[in-house]
Design a protein around this ligand. Structure first.
Ligand code: F6R
Length: 227
């Protein structure tokens, strides 16, 4: 789906995510780029989120993740890749700047999403308003624990307590949404997203209001679906 988008619209805007879910996707895109099938020269990208306080050079930052897992391995113009600014001391200013950027270059043609086991998308934790735009958020202990596993050698104390994230309404602006979820701990939010009631307790359920969402799951993540 993503490669078709890049081929059909070489100047497309990709909304990108970090975390374990899209790593295989990025590997596949790099492989096709190396084969000469994809050209990212005119593509722009906007990422969902960034930890507050982490610089782009910090290996735990989401900017660093994107550079190493995708941007440095394809011919995207680095100046056209955007991640919220985690080091701006005035978080309000950083959020406003990102919202302005999204208005200027967005909406994304495709937004890639992972899914938190508590139903979060981006870093929009349960309870976040569906009308939210880019904002700073305090991370739940369980989210910090999950992310410690991936990024911080399991040390939760090193995981920042706050992050800047696109809001749910920013995410809903994307023309198409592609959500990837694997594993048993995603089964409950997948059930609510696909078959349940829309509720701010499960932020991903906001996607029910979007008219073009593709949800890709493995058997474990699909295990609670009944219909
Ligand atoms: C990452 C992001 C998060 C993750 C989610 C799932 O940019 O916004 O919402 O997509 O926490 O993470 P993984 O894929 O590691 O299970």
């Amino acid at each position: 789906i993503i490669s078709a988008q890049v081929i059909m619209k070489p100047h497309c805007v990709l909304g990108l995510a970090t975390g374990s879910s899209p790593i295989g996707t990025y590997k596949q895109l790099i492989e096709w780029y190396n084969k000469g099938d994809l050209d990212f020269a005119r593509v722009m990208s906007i990422n969902l989120d960034e930890y507050k306080g982490l610089s782009p050079e910090n290996p735990q930052s989401y900017r660093y993740f994107m550079n190493t897992h995708l941007f440095h391995k394809i011919n995207i113009n680095h100046a056209n890749t955007y991640v919220p600014n985690g080091t701006e001391p005035d978080a309000e200013k950083a959020c406003q700047a990102y919202n302005e950027l999204l208005h200027k270059i967005g909406p994304a043609d495709i937004q890639i999403l992972g899914l938190g086991h508590d139903g979060h998308i981006g870093f929009n934790e349960p309870g976040t308003s569906f009308d939210s735009v880019t904002h700073m958020i305090e991370l739940k202990e369980s989210t910090r624990q999950d992310n410690a596993r991936l990024f911080f050698d399991g040390k939760i104390d090193e995981v920042p307590t706050h992050a800047i994230t696109m809001g749910i309404s920013n995410i809903l602006q994307a023309k198409k949404v592609l959500l990837v979820a694997c594993g048993e701990n995603k089964a409950q939010p997948i059930k609510v997203l696909v078959e349940g009631e829309k509720t701010t307790d499960v932020p991903a359920s906001a996607l029910q209001d979007h008219n073009d969402v593709v949800v890709i799951v493995d058997k474990a993540a699909a295990s609670l679906l009944t219909k």
